[in-house]
Design a protein. Structure first.
Lengths: 167, 252
């Protein structure tokens, strides 16, 4: 499998992570597109012994952090680029998804990333640490805070500005 | 090692990251500490709800702008190569039939069939959890659904005699509309995909062709309704045999 095929094969997972991270399908695909372009540019710098997936997630992480600093960009999408709506999403699913989007949006970004990489993308703690370029101890403390806060947010019990202190 | 159970151990337990002695120690400890057991259950429920919410993205057709990635020199080479091939073919056809006909836009569009099929093959064949949208256990539903979306009756060819069973299918967004992909797998977990797209009714080119796209062998042809492309990587000879099997099943 060529490196492009290998990268292409990761697109569905990159889209899932980006969708959960940004809470918006269009912004998610912008982020995926930027990530793919950057990955292809930087391919030669990639050390082959590193796992491809955490490397792609780390590129996405850096772009996402940069993007939030800038946080506006020209919208250049054509109509035919708009993704088709997810099929078979029932009313119930749509409501649950809205709740998840809202709860994730209210998590601090650093906690949201750790929670999604562990719970949704199922990366190991060591992979998450490499992806985000932080010590594994920091991964664990953010995970712990994220899960405690996410629980309150999903239950509708956390005022948006409440700071949860880790035990 | 018999260190006290920490919060980190509980997370690792919830995430299925523990094994051996530590796993047993944590389980024993949790049995005696139900309030922490409840935390673990809560975290697992969170993970499950994230999957319920976002796994559907894995099944969505990929937007065209993500495929192939921009600035990929290899794709540009392929595109140039295809252009050169069509010019050459056009010259040959022009010579053969003199002033009768020229390659039509339909024929030029046909050049993208094996390439699109190979890309879709490379994307979904490595999928472990979501290789298809609708499984072979619902074959009738799958075929009816894809036929409806493509706007003409379609069927899933049988490759059981060649050792390949239908895994299922999915709907993709192609250049000219929706595209069906069927996936097959043999006992060695080798996978084939059959890519089927709608063709303009006037395209009546039934020639059986071969292309190699990024290491993937593709046999493709069109009939009055559809363009078909069978992709796999078990070698040209094997793919020729399988391609012929599929081709015959769609023959009129």
């Amino acid at each position: 499998m060529s490196h492009r095929d290998a990268i292409i094969a990761e697109i569905p997972r990159l889209r899932r992570y980006a969708r959960a991270l940004t809470g918006d399908g269009h912004r998610a695909d912008d982020l995926v597109q930027d990530t793919l372009e950057r990955a292809l540019e930087k391919w030669r710098l990639w050390q082959q012994e590193r796992e491809l997936r955490p490397w792609l997630f780390s590129i996405m992480h850096n772009l996402h952090v940069d993007g939030r600093r800038r946080d506006h960009r020209v919208d250049y999408r054509g109509d035919d680029d708009l993704p088709l709506p997810a099929q078979r999403a029932s009313q119930q699913d749509a409501l649950e998804l809205r709740d998840l989007d809202r709860a994730l949006a209210l998590l601090p970004q650093e906690q949201r990333e750790v929670l999604l990489l562990v719970a949704l993308e199922e990366l190991s703690y060591a992979e998450v640490a490499r992806t985000l370029n932080i010590p594994q101890g920091t991964v664990m403390s953010r995970l712990s805070r994220a899960r405690a806060r996410f629980k309150l947010l999903l239950a509708g019990e956390a005022p948006p500005l409440l700071k949860v202190v880790s035990p | 090692m018999n260190t006290p159970i920490s919060q980190d151990d509980l997370h690792a337990y919830a995430d299925g990251r523990l094994d051996g002695v530590r796993l047993t120690q944590v389980e024993t400890w949790l049995a005696a500490h139900p309030e922490h057991r409840a935390d673990v259950e809560e975290w697992r429920a969170q993970s499950a709800s994230l999957h319920r919410g976002y796994d559907r993205v894995l099944d969505e057709p990929l937007p065209a702008r993500l495929l192939p990635p921009a600035n990929a020199p290899r794709w540009i080479e392929l595109r140039k190569l295809a252009a050169v091939a069509w010019v050459a073919l056009g010259a040959m056809i022009g010579f053969a039939v003199r002033d009768q006909t020229l390659p039509t836009p339909d024929k030029v569009a046909a050049a993208s069939l094996p390439r699109q099929a190979a890309i879709a093959h490379a994307v979904f064949v490595p999928e472990v959890r979501h290789p298809v949208e609708v499984g072979a256990d619902q074959e009738a539903h799958l075929v009816a659904w894809l036929s409806k979306r493509l706007g003409a009756p379609l069927k899933a060819p049988q490759l059981d005699l060649a050792g390949y069973a239908l895994v299922g299918g999915r709907l993709l967004a192609g250049d000219g509309g929706e595209v069906a992909q069927f996936m097959y797998e043999n006992a060695e977990k080798k996978r084939l995909t059959l890519y089927v797209r709608r063709e303009a009714p006037k395209a009546a080119d039934t020639a059986f062709r071969y292309a190699k796209e990024n290491g993937i062998d593709v046999f493709y042809w069109t009939d009055s309704r559809f363009g078909y492309a069978l992709s796999g990587s078990t070698g040209r000879e094997d793919m020729l045999r399988l391609g012929s099997l599929v081709y015959r099943q769609f023959g009129t």
